[in-house]
Design a protein around this ligand. Structure first.
Ligand SMILES: Nc1ncnc2c1ncn2[C@@H]1O[C@H](COP(=O)(O)OP(=O)(O)OP(=O)(O)O)[C@@H](O)[C@H]1O
Ligand SMILES: [Mg+2]
Length: 521
């Protein structure tokens, strides 16, 4: 029998959840040695389809072939045995154990701890083969998100994976880490592996993928089409079914009074290391202040001290009232909305319904509060309205938050935070993990907040997003503000230098000196 040209063939696959047809007669093929992008709007059914390939779900009907052979997985173990490895968006590592220990975890290696050094060497060899650098003896909690992801990839490779499924691997990575991951993916296919790549970042998709399959509401709208000659715009059109504008229009507007003012704010991170070192900032009514920087430079801590979730030194004034070190309820009462970075743990209650999640902040106040209790009829009606307005895809407002796709959960949180008509909105990576259509919708909503006079602190790693939304951009590096520039004449090179640790004044001094040098010589 000749070897099949296909690593994977999924035929007529149907996956049904109560009230949801997640995959509707889907055909999907993965060729040997290709990178195949799987695209679609939030909730289109991408993760569900790949979870079935990885043995986590059993299709309601349809067939799966691996290298030409019909398979019927009843657990992830079966899928691993056939060479399938999946890197999920939420990592499944043990924080207190080392890299090597995590890679070996669950394998029947007798007394591996006796020969840990030997296994460290094996892990290093695997790293050399694919260019995935991470210290095998480091503990997981000491690693950055990007390094943890490398451990997840090494783990699948160690188990002999030839077919790798990567579910939004770049959503959590900094730009440099994305470039490194793309290098690794190229090296993997060069060595005969086949990759399914799920991403909402169309730029990356056109750069790295060979073919693309697009899902819309569970159905295939493009099946294994060659990516050659396709633009970002073509892909967006296939996903959303309409034209997408990639930059929203911002109206010129004069900012009003100061709403938020930080003076000499210091704070520590969870490990007790200084994370904010003397931050001074102001945000005015109707103004968006963008915070740029590589993640892990104090952005999360900045949002947390403002919203009362982290102790600090210094003063934080909201409309003149000092809220530093006050419980979150004080900032909520002063009209602060918060879109947190960690939506699954901080932003939402997974086992509560969409309705409950939309009133988590408002249940103490009219119109949701009714005497001592909550007006559930009102709450449900309101949740239905938000579900329509924000196009939240779910069977009903009674659906539990944990059953929502990543992007739809994000929309629930945004809907809740914006509907309290905040004076100040602190938004951390509000469009991360969203599809192109949803990004456009959310950015439009943020601009509408600005127009209605809300002060917005927008933390984002996407420079493009900051440049299209912000009035001013502040760059944070190791807990320090390196400089603040107006958006109109922001210089991308200058922003980049600040993001890697140069102060704005030093950059300008150096530039002046070199310009002067050029004139005199
Ligand atoms: N365990 C589950 N129980 C019930 N419904 C589910 C479950 N898992 C997913 N769904 C539903 O199936 C549909 C497809 O979800 P899926 O997670 O596959 O979307 P996705 O394309 O990966 O979206 P995103 O880009 O937002 O991650 C959604 O409507 C989701 O709510
Ligand atoms: Mg998904």
């Amino acid at each position: 029998m000749s070897e099949s040209p296909f690593a994977v063939e999924m035929n007529d696959v149907v996956i049904r959840f109560p009230g949801v047809l997640a995959n509707d007669h889907v055909n999907f093929t993965l060729r040997q040695g290709e990178i195949h992008a799987l695209l679609g709007e939030n909730g289109a059914g991408k993760s569900t389809l790949m979870n079935a390939l990885a043995g986590l779900y059993r299709p309601t009907s349809g067939t799966i072939r691996i290298n030409g052979e019909l398979v019927n997985f009843s657990s992830p173990k079966d899928a691993i045995a056939k060479g399938i490895g999946m890197v999920h968006q939420h990592f499944m590592l043990v924080p207190t154990q080392t890299v090597t220990e995590n890679i070996l975890l669950g394998l029947d290696q007798p007394r591996f701890f006796m020969r840990l050094k030997e296994y460290d060497q094996k892990v290093l060899a695997l790293q050399d083969q694919f260019g995935l650098r991470v210290d095998p003896t480091a503990k997981i909690w000491q690693l950055s998100v990007g390094e943890q992801q490398r451990v997840e990839i090494l783990k699948t490779l160690y188990r002999g994976a030839n077919i790798l499924i990567m579910d939004e691997p770049t959503a959590v990575l900094a730009p440099q880490e994305i470039d490194d991951l793309i290098e690794t993916m190229r090296s993997m296919v060069a060595q005969g592996k086949s990759i399914v790549f799920i991403s909402h970042k169309l730029q990356e998709v056109t750069a790295v993928a060979d073919r693309v399959t697009v899902l819309r509401k569970g159905k295939v709208t493009a099946e294994g089409v060659s990516i050659a000659g396709m633009t970002k715009r073509d892909l967006a059109q296939l996903m959303v079914g309409r034209d997408v504008v990639f930059s929203v229009a911002k109206k010129p507007q004069k900012p009003g009074d100061v709403v938020l003012s930080l003076k000499d704010v210091h704070a520590e991170n969870n490990k007790g290391v200084p994370a904010l070192r003397g931050v001074n900032l102001e945000v005015r009514q109707g103004e968006i202040l963008g915070i740029a920087g590589v993640s892990g430079n104090g952005q999360s801590e900045l949002a947390e001290v403002i919203t009362g979730m982290r102790p600090c030194q210094g003063s934080i004034l909201i409309n003149g009232e000092d809220v530093a070190n006050q419980p979150p309820i004080v900032s909520i009462r002063s009209g602060v909305a918060h879109v947190p970075e960690d939506r699954t743990h901080v932003g939402s209650a997974p086992n509560l319904s969409i309705t409950d999640n939309t009133i988590m902040k408002a249940y103490r106040e009219q119109p949701v509060a009714k005497g001592w209790s909550v007006d559930f009829t009102y709450a449900r009606e309101n949740a239905r309205k938000l579900k329509r307005a924000y196009e939240i895809l779910a069977p009903s407002v009674e659906t539990m938050a944990r059953k929502l796709s990543g992007g739809n959960l994000q929309k629930v949180i945004l809907a809740r935070e914006i509907s309290i008509e905040p004076r100040l909105m602190v938004a951390v990576q509000p469009t991360r993990g969203l599809d192109v259509g949803a990004i456009e919708a959310i950015q439009t909503l943020i601009l509408a907040q600005r127009e209605s006079g809300t002060a917005v602190l927008l933390v984002s790693e996407e420079l493009e997003e900051l440049l299209s939304l912000s009035d001013r951009i502040a760059v944070i590096y190791e807990g320090e503000i390196m400089g603040i520039v107006p958006n109109e004449n922001a210089d991308v090179e200058e922003l980049g230098l600040m993001m890697t640790g140069s102060h704005l004044e030093d950059i300008r001094k150096q530039k002046a000196a070199s310009d002067a040098g050029r004139v005199t010589s």
